[in-house]
Design a protein around this ligand. Sequence first.
Ligand code: PMP
Length: 368
Amino acid sequence: MSQPYNRIYNFSAGPCTLPVEVLEEAKEDLLNYKGTGMSVMEMSHRSKAYEGIIATAEADLRTLLSVPDNYKVLFLQGGASQQFATIPMSFLPQGKTADYVITGAWGKKALESANIYGKANVVFDAKADNYNNVPDLGSLSYTPGAAYVHFTTNETIQGVQFKSDPSLNSTVVCDMSSDILSRPVDVSKYALIYAGAQKNMGPAGATVVIIRDDLLATGPDGLPPVFDYKVQVENGSMFNTPPCWSIYMCGLVYKYLLRNGGLEGARKRNEEKANVLYNAIDNSHGFFKGHAKGDCRSTMNVTFTLPDEELTKTFIKETEAAGLDGLKGHRSVGGCRASIYNAFPLEGAEALASAMQEFAAKHGKALV
Ligand code: PMP
């Protein structure tokens, strides 16, 4: 079945597919936003209209995630990568240690920045297993008095995901870039959550930071203001020009999610899509092999390999020709990666599952 506007099934890991109805709304607003006579891209961030856009986006994000009142919400620039640096710059003082849980490539990148600013201790690293699993966070040995514990809920490249919120008596800092808003989360289990917009929330540009007041208060004085969370909070994310368009689009996505059953609705849809693909892997009699171990298989990034490099290339070429785009896996895992974030349609997952079944049958490993 063809998609509206002849769109293809876009399995990109991010930036990625956005809800069609959100794109239509943006199109509607593009030349003249609600009678202002200009687009959101052309509007001063200090204007009344824009103040309304950012305030509504924050309010809707708070509703979606049930963010408690003792947390601040920021929309910043710099991507999640800037947060890798800003977090240790702000909360890893000399003489303290921060614990890092490494379940894939992005956790490793966060660690690299922490090592520049202070002492980081790796409490778990799944490198020996090529990052195909996640630990039970409650069973790790943490540094007594650690400044914070950092982990990544969903490792986008490896496709491994923590399935529940941690219950730790420590300051938990979490990179939720690739699964925020894909399921309900208990924000009170975290001291700081950060996430780039470009997977589940909107186009690249904005980075959401949700920070608990007591952690915020411990930030040092004297940081360059653009990196100072307190300054950003005092200025309502507008110490400098915010990523206006990306925030506006996030706002439309939040409304779309609220209209469609909130995060519980998103969770159901995401699990259904992921099951279609994991079933295709599991029913292929070993032709396709899932990278992640069963209990931590990501509902966002489904990673799998084929029997050899030649078949992988052919599969990617053939699926691409059939309108299933962006399936090439990251070189560290090999094979394929199907990213199926919130806005990715179930029909696309079903189309890929059919293509997998046909391909496995054709190449001599018939399915039962
Ligand atoms: N963390 C995770 C889990 C990611 O998937 C990504 C980007 N794919 C990043 C961090 C880095 O994000 P950015 O490019 O916005 O800095």
